[in-house]
Design a protein around this ligand. Structure first.
Ligand SMILES: NC(=O)c1ccc[n+]([C@@H]2O[C@H](COP(=O)([O-])OP(=O)(O)OC[C@H]3O[C@@H](n4cnc5c(N)ncnc54)[C@H](OP(=O)(O)O)[C@@H]3O)[C@@H](O)[C@H]2O)c1
Length: 232
């Protein structure tokens, strides 16, 4: 039974991670912005009363991140898996009219918040069993695959998250903590939109299989949901 913290757990990929982790017997601390409104999580908590705890986090807010790290410390004696899943994407950005506030908010949520949360949880991860950090990145953050001016705020934030993943991998290697940046595929969620080909349950099943196969030797890699290496 792994001890797992999932951010952005109230819907989409994060909710499905929570569902599948509970189904396999894990102990989950599920963080989201508005726990009182997280209906689907409360239904899961009802079905798994001892193994799911719902807590709050706003990833754009440093004090909230510190509070989540403290809550995790009080809840678990060690953390085996941190799934940094919460993320945002600003739609409809065009060359010439990209707004600083959108760039900053996206960078803060997707990269800065993820880095700070992981850093704050490093001591607890150091007490985990084969501890691993899964940063849910995106192929949009791949510089090598960038073919046009698409979703700049999001792309910049995910490229930054990829660098954060490598730096955190190096920074926590001595403590035995692995870090991977993982692309979930183009997934059927609110963010993925109506044309996404991959059902969320399939993406998460692949991601969990890939995560289960990772060792310290894989730390600092950027992988697709099925474990295929992604170009930086
Ligand atoms: N879907 C895809 O095709 C796809 C592809 C590549 C990568 N990804 C990545 O996969 C992850 C999950 O995406 P998804 O498809 O499940 O998207 P989603 O359905 O839009 O869900 C996003 C989740 O992140 C949370 N979130 C957003 N901003 C936050 C903040 N500032 N603080 C705390 N939580 C915040 C949302 O909470 P609220 O409900 O409070 O807004 C929600 O739980 C993201 O990192 C995304 O970039 C998705």
């Amino acid at each position: 039974m792994a001890r797992v913290l999932v951010t952005g757990s109230n819907r989409g990929i994060g909710l499905e991670f929570t569902r599948q982790l509970l189904a396999r017997g894990d102990d989950v601390l599920a963080a989201c912005r508005a726990p009182e409104q997280a209906q689907a999580l409360h239904e899961l908590a009802h079905a798994h009363p001892q193994r799911l705890t719902i807590t709050a986090v706003e990833m754009a807010d440093e004090a909230s991140i510190a509070a989540l790290a403290a809550a995790a410390d009080a809840h678990f004696s060690g953390l085996d898996l941190l799934i940094n899943n919460a993320g945002m994407n600003v739609r409809g950005e065009r060359m010439g009219t990209v707004r600083g506030q959108d760039l900053q908010a996206t960078l803060r949520t997707n990269a800065v918040g993820t880095f700070l949360l992981t850093q704050a949880l490093a001591p607890l991860l150091g007490k985990g069993e084969r501890p691993l950090v899964a940063n849910i990145s995106s192929q949009v953050g791949s510089i090598a695959r960038t073919s046009g001016f698409h979703s700049p705020s999001y792309a910049i934030s995910k490229a930054a998250l990829n660098m954060a993943s490598v730096l955190l991998a190096r920074g926590m290697a001595a403590a035995g903590v692995s870090v991977a940046a993982l692309h979930p595929g183009w997934v059927q969620t609110a963010m993925g939109g109506p044309h996404a080909p991959l059902p969320v349950a399939e993406s998460v099943a692949h991601l969990l299989r890939t995560i289960a196969g990772l060792t310290l030797a894989d730390s600092g890699r950027f992988l697709d949901h099925d474990g295929t290496p992604m170009p930086w």
